[in-house]
Design a protein around this ligand. Structure first.
Ligand code: PMP
Length: 422
């Protein structure tokens, strides 16, 4: 392991724990990444020195908490290239809430019969289910851009589907199953030519590559803290300032109002207009620390590292004839995750056997049931990497896959043996 990676691993004490008697090999980063000391120390500092509600008290602690919380918005805006600062950066619970915020604010208010929403066959349920329900409630049509057998979007199909009745394009930036990096800027341009709004699900992109929402020209862009070395319970929705100003709020209550009478209310300015009630203050400040941490490591380095690990995993998995891998083939750009199946072995069985060897992966449909139907498989096993993973850990995964196969084969053989000879 090189020195830089060893130093990064030292920031994540959890990586040196064991599972049973085995050292932990954590390859479930697309579900949730681990959190460095620099981020969880923020909780100790916040609760130990300036815990208070924001925007409510005139006292020192409330002021300190408010300033730190507001600056965290600026920090996250800068992290994804939003020049409007805090006014373009709403803190949410996670990506799912960011999608729902737009679905309520724009979708339910502005869509109707005759309109359509264009999305893709590779969406996570967080967006697919949300737009499906918006379509059902408004009478709008939902259209899916096809995914080809290499896990890429069929761009000609996208061009056919986006028309003058398209009000919104919703696309995942990086697929959480295929690892595909979608041409979101190109898609945004196609949608804008038809005056449609563009929403991008960046849950798997922001943690792994430098994202510039303005270069993409996304109208809205959502991501989660817990997938980018940050805490759970906090996510972000970027929105262009004028759109957030125009958009209806999603939740009502304290903090999001300007003036209230018994008859009516007016709204605070963005982002507070969309952050009703007491927000996740410590989580927001800790998320800014996660952005600082990733900048310190270097987002180019993170991206390079993930690509290298993914290519290595593809190469090693490709050596096995009984392994099927999904998504772009080796050599094509992809994010740091690989979904696969081992012939004749259910993903849950494989994942449980890997866990016995200390290896954490995810098995199932990864919240993409329609995509798994499209691939004609019930589920898959997904190994997903982060900047702290090593090739030695991928070797450990492959050794464990081979051992699991041998174990299950011998078990089947002995059952067969019993049937024949007993
Ligand atoms: N979109 C994608 C592509 C994802 O991978 C995920 C998380 N698995 C989500 C959305 C939802 O993220 P969260 O659960 O943090 O809301």
């Amino acid at each position: 392991m090189n020195e830089a990676i060893a130093a990064i691993r030292d920031d994540f004490p959890v990586l040196s724990r064991s599972v049973g008697d085995e050292p932990l090999v954590y390859l479930d980063n697309a579900a949730t990444t681990q959190t460095p000391k620099q981020v969880y120390d923020v909780f100790e500092e916040f609760y130990g020195t300036y815990n208070a509600n924001v925007h409510r008290g005139i006292h020192t602690l409330s002021h300190e908490a408010s300033v730190a919380y507001e600056e965290a918005h600026d920090r996250l805006a800068a992290f994804v290239g939003a020049s409007g600062g805090r006014e373009e950066m709403v803190f949410t619970k996670n990506t799912t809430e960011g999608i729902n915020l737009v679905a309520y604010g724009v979708g339910l208010n502005e869509l109707g019969p005759g309109d359509n929403v264009v999305t893709t066959e590779m969406e996570h349920h967080a967006s697919l289910v949300t737009w499906q329900q918006v379509a059902k409630r408004t009478g709008a049509e939902i259209r899916y851009v096809r995914v080809d057998d290499d896990g890429q979007l069929d761009m000609d199909h996208a061009a056919d589907l986006i028309d003058d009745d398209t009000k919104l394009l919703s696309v995942v930036h990086v697929s959480n199953v295929l690892g595909t990096v979608n041409p979101v800027a190109e898609l945004a341009e196609m949608a804008h030519e038809r005056d449609a709004l563009v929403f991008v699900d960046g849950a798997q992109a922001v943690p792994n590559r430098r994202v510039d929402v303005e270069a993409i020209d996304a109208d809205f862009y959502a991501f989660s803290g817990h997938k980018m070395a940050g805490p759970t319970g906090i996510g972000c929705l970027y929105g262009k300032k004028h759109l957030l100003e125009e958009m209806e709020p999603f939740l009502y209550g304290g903090e999001m109002i300007r003036h209230v009478t018994y008859e009516d209310s007016t709204w605070n300015r963005p982002p507070w207009k969309f952050e009703a009630g007491t927000p996740p203050i410590a989580e927001g400040i800790a998320l800014a620390a996660a952005a600082d941490y990733l900048e310190e490591v270097g987002m180019d380095f993170v991206e390079e590292r993930e690509n290298e690990l993914a290519q290595y995993a593809l190469e090693r998995l490709g050596e096995r004839e009984d392994v099927e891998v999904y998504g772009p083939p080796a050599g094509e750009p992809r994010s740091g995750l690989v979904a696969f199946n081992l012939d004749g072995i259910h993903g849950h069985d494989l994942s449980a056997l890997l866990d016995e060897r200390g290896i954490a992966v995810r098995a199932g449909d990864h919240c993409t049931q329609p995509l798994h139907d499209r691939l004609d498989i019930p589920g898959s096993v997904r190994a997903s990497f982060y900047v702290y993973n090593t090739k030695a850990e991928i070797d450990a995964l492959l050794d464990a896959v081979d051992a699991a196969r041998d174990e299950l084969d011998s078990h089947l053989d002995s059952q067969y043996h019993d049937l024949v000879y007993d």
